[in-house]
Design a binder for this molecule. Sequence first.
Ligand code: ARG
Ligand code: GLU
Length: 707
Amino acid sequence: MKTLKILILLITINLTAQQGGMWIPSQLEGAREKEMKSLGSNLSAAAIYAIDKPSIKDAIVHFNGGCTAEVISKKGLLLTNHHCGYGAIQSHSTTEHDYLEDGFWAYKQKQELENKGMFVTFIKRIDDVTVQILTGASENNSDKENQDIISQNIKTAIKNVKKEAWQDANVKAFYKGNQYFLFVTEKYKDIRLVGAPPSSIGKFGADTDNWMWPRHSGDFSLFRIYADKNNRPAEYSKDNKPYKPVHYLPVSVDGVAEEDFTLVYGFPGRTNEYLPSVALNQIVYKLNPVKIDIRDKALKIVDKHMRSDNEIKIKYASKFASIANYWKKWIGENQGIEKSKAIQKKQELENAFAEKVKGSTNESLLNDFNKLYKEVEEASLAREIWIETVYRNVELLNATFRMYQLELSAAKGKEAFNKQKESTLKRYKGFYKNYSAKVDQEVFETLVSNYFKVNPKKYTPKEILNTNVSELTKEIYNNSSFISYDAISKLLEGDMKTVLEKINTDKAYQFGKELAASFYNVINADFNAIQPKIAVVQKKYMKALMDHFPEERFFPDANSTLRVTYGQVKGYEPKDAVYYRPVSNLKGIIEKYVPGDYEFDVSEKLLDLYKSKDFGDYAKDGKMPVNFLGTNHTTGGNSGSPVIDKNGNLIGLNFDRVWEGTMSDYNYDPEICRNIMVDVRYILFIIDKYAGTKRLIKEMDLVHGKK
Ligand code: ARG
Ligand code: GLU
């Protein structure tokens, strides 16, 4: 009996060993540390996060507020994804030197390129401030009173924290507001571009391969942090020096094998693992389908034009990629949720929960959820339809929305108006550079017709209810000033009064203004009235779950703060009888090669290196590894996160997840959720053999032989 019990215990430990979670770096001691060791790690909690001595956390930065990057040399060299550096690489490109197409390499430090507005943020310290922040909040207050008390406590905590003059602080809520942490941060603002492979390497496979395995992408780029003479943050100056880090990651050239321990350190953006079944049901069956359908319609039109017209292809490449990215993700997410029976599993948990809270004050929580989500459903739906139609896909309507914001600024007086006019014009300038009225006209007609079909009537302004869409389309794209930069900048000439009069005679603006006003005054107003009520129930539900199921594994949802996630290198079974191995090789790039194709072309140089097998020290048994899979629980924002081995060395670079597992934002399933990483040896091979930028290899700490 006793051995059986131990056996069962061992099996459960083994099963729970991989169940995901994005953990707070200052909270790893104990259970997390133990679990990591059981997966093969040699790292202590203090090696990963410490404040009294250097630790791995000192090599990790939030890159430009969205992605993650890591310091990989004593001279502040930064590694992140190609798709994270994309905007910067694009901004330095012209028709004469197209760095997106050809790549960019600074062979000397002097050639590294300034990036205006770019910044990276280090986390110096993480403090649990829960008690301080929740002081004064209580069940006896109204929700509004509690919110005010908490906001005030947060302000006070930030004001009183001990930090250096050049540091910042912020407070974030965890576990749905049941816990609060304070972060002391350091923001560096002189970040220069050091290197990027051509898109045929950095974005190999583009949208066809995006969110998919097997994958063969060299999705990396290199930057460098510069600091003032005291090694502190400073605005760009040619006198600034490469930053000397507290810690940087040594780079292992030993490679990975199935079951190796992996740790991913970074800034995951947003997950929602503790939604009630009613909310997940709404996402899967109500919200995702309309979002997917709107993007589907727009992408089909844009794709058709991109394929037949090279100029349109260039103008729309980046926009297409970003719309296609989440379109594809949502499709995978819905399929994954159905296949893993995530909604049913939540219902089972809720049934068990209902049993436990019978007769207590928490008895009403599930009903509260049901009521509130039903109440918010139409507003949520209208909101998503508005965002996808007006804001994201019909470009002309997005331009009218900016104009509406300009008109609103008139209420603050002439000066504010003129300032906003300047910035609006600047935006328009960039916007119309990549605009095709021909493409947009088709998208307008299709998506506006769709809007009248699917938008809840209650949220469609009655002033436009009887629109004849095909007539309106013709009229707008023949006569409106919103179809070119020249026309719209003329429309904005004159003083405030003149401009306001002129814009209001434009047919596109008249239509867009109704839509914009309905968003602010009706849709969002309704939506925002219900959200705080949902948040209050969600906070209580989270707490009750943790109280009643103490043996369960609860990790805080992602909220763009620094997290540690860990797992092992592992393949998966996407469907019956099919098994995906976890490592891809350069050979696979050659298999996918389609000469001249804009997703699967391969450069001469890479073909030559492949033929001559000139892989340097970076290959194993004549094979050049490219990407690999792991069980690390990641999400958007983990792009560019380092993959660290059991000894603290860099072995890879996170950049994506597999399609069947994109549901991990709502339901992490260890069977099928995998993150996708670039093997660091492929990165070294490209820097060294492909680009010949030896000076960068020399400044890194390459480690051979398992320590
Ligand atoms: N799916 C990756 C991540 O969000 C990569 C996106 C960039 N690549 C692309 N082909 N759009 O999310
Ligand atoms: N590509 C994503 C990003 O930009 C990371 C992949 C994911 O969502 O897991 O952050």
